[in-house]
Write a protein that binds this ligand. Structure first.
Ligand code: NDP
Length: 386
């Protein structure tokens, strides 16, 4: 039996993961489930999957869950806080960890799984965006296995040749083509974008997802974060990652080779496919996803992204090109801006403005810090000591 921890089990990816796992009870044992504040959701999952541990990041919610677990007579140990998340990601009896917490809050538990050498199924793209170099170094140092869950990166992983970790050029890969649905506002004018509501942004035409990633998808920041994620996962640079709008969301991404071949992975837009792929890899197993009916899809369309109407994508390219801490700045500003938009404190079109302003200020701050450092050294005559 393979022991599994699902970080963020009450979310969209977490629920899909448990759906796949429930189809293969002879193969997987759920050891730990985690959430932030959704006591009802986690209690129901505990009743069904009987994990050894349940963690709630929020301590009041953990107390509420513990009361319900005790009343129901379940043998589940309830733990609270980030330390609890890190500990269930690194337990000896856990082989695989699904990282499906939303946002940078997922970084520490994902890193704990990496440091314990687990197979990490990474949905939480923000973890890689904010700590790319460090994260990938730790994967290598600790011998962890990192498998992408994002449908695009999972598709790229499936189309990559062996040995891509040595560099894409060496294995004959020209570039990667990252497909994007374009989100619910793909055809909206600037005037229409100025008026959109959180409910509209969360109504994705093809995918059923959590609220934060739905807004990211609508602003195209999701694709920007995925460009950064692709650079880290596939050892490449942003100029080798091309975004292609494909409104049907059937081709999940493509790898272009130097001989002109382009390999693509196709399937219905359902996250259970990449989840089952990463759980079973290098084997295959049923996911519950219905077979792709190409006659009902009928056609594939492609178009270039419009970075004027959707500047978040361009900001993400700018951040990964600048390197250093800039992707983390981009991600942090985006998390704050999306939260403000979802709570009616910011207009949709102000999301990229806020991010750009934050990036500009941080760049100035960064150069300011170097200038101050230099002045301090000059005043102290520090260079003379070397
Ligand atoms: P959801 O919002 O649906 O779920 C998020 C999960 O994380 C919930 O279990 C939530 O608990 C938990 N959580 C939220 N905040 C915290 C916190 N501070 N500490 C601990 N746990 C927390 O998100 P999704 O499932 O949509 O997305 C999860 C990740 O997967 C994201 O990084 C997203 O970008 C990525 N992803 C998602 C896809 C999708 O189709 N949904 C596709 C590809 C990638 P609670 O329920 O208590 O709030």
């Amino acid at each position: 039996m393979i022991g599994l921890t699902v970080l963020g089990s009450t979310g969209s990816i977490g629920v899909s993961t448990l759906d796949v796992v429930a189809r293969h009870p002879e193969q997987y044992k759920v050891v730990a489930l985690t959430a932030n504040r959704d006591v009802d959701g986690l209690f129901q999952q505990c009743s069904r999957f009987q994990p050894a541990y349940a963690v709630m990041a929020d301590s009041d919610s953990a107390l509420a869950l513990e009361r319900r677990i005790v009343d129901a007579g379940l043998a589940v140990r309830v733990v609270a806080g980030v330390e609890g998340l890190e500990s269930v990601a690194s337990l000896d009896e856990v082989d695989y960890v699904m990282a499906a917490i939303v946002g940078a809050a997922g970084l520490l538990p994902a890193l704990a799984a990496v440091r314990a050498g687990k197979r990490l199924l990474l949905a939480n793209k923000e973890a890689l965006v904010v700590s790319g170099h460090l994260f990938m170094d730790e994967v290598e140092r600790c011998g962890a296995t990192l498998l992408p869950i994002d449908s695009e990166h999972n598709a790229l992983f499936q189309c990559m040749p062996k040995g891509y970790q040595q560099g894409l050029e060496r294995v004959g890969v020209n570039r990667v083509l990252l497909t994007a649905s374009g989100g619910p506002f793909r055809t909206f004018s600037r005037e229409q974008l100025a008026e959109v509501t959180p409910a509209q942004a969360c109504a994705h035409p093809n995918w059923d997802m959590g609220r934060k990633i739905s807004v990211d998808s609508a602003s195209m920041m999701n694709k920007g974060l995925e460009v950064i994620e692709a650079c880290w996962l596939f050892y490449t640079s942003p100029e080798n990652v091309q975004v292609v709008l494909h409104p049907q969301s059937v081709i999940h991404s493509m790898v272009e080779y130097v001989d002109g071949s382009v390999l693509a992975q196709l399937g219905n837009p359902d996250m259970r496919t990449p989840i089952a792929h990463a759980l079973a890899w290098p084997e295959r197993m049923a996911s519950g996803v219905s077979p792709l009916d190409l006659f009902s899809v009928a056609r594939f369309d492609f178009e270039p992204p419009d970075m004027d109407r959707f500047p978040c994508l361009e900001l993400a390219y700018r951040a990964i090109t600048a390197g250093g801490g800039m992707p983390a700045v981009l991600n942090a500003a985006n998390e704050v801006a999306v939260d403000a938009f979802l709570n009616d404190r910011l207009r949709f079109v102000d999301i990229p403005r806020l991010i750009e302003e934050t990036m500009t200020r941080c760049r100035k701050l960064e150069s300011g810090i170097w200038r101050d450092c230099w002045l301090w050294m000059v005043k102290r005559g520090a260079w003379r000591n070397n």
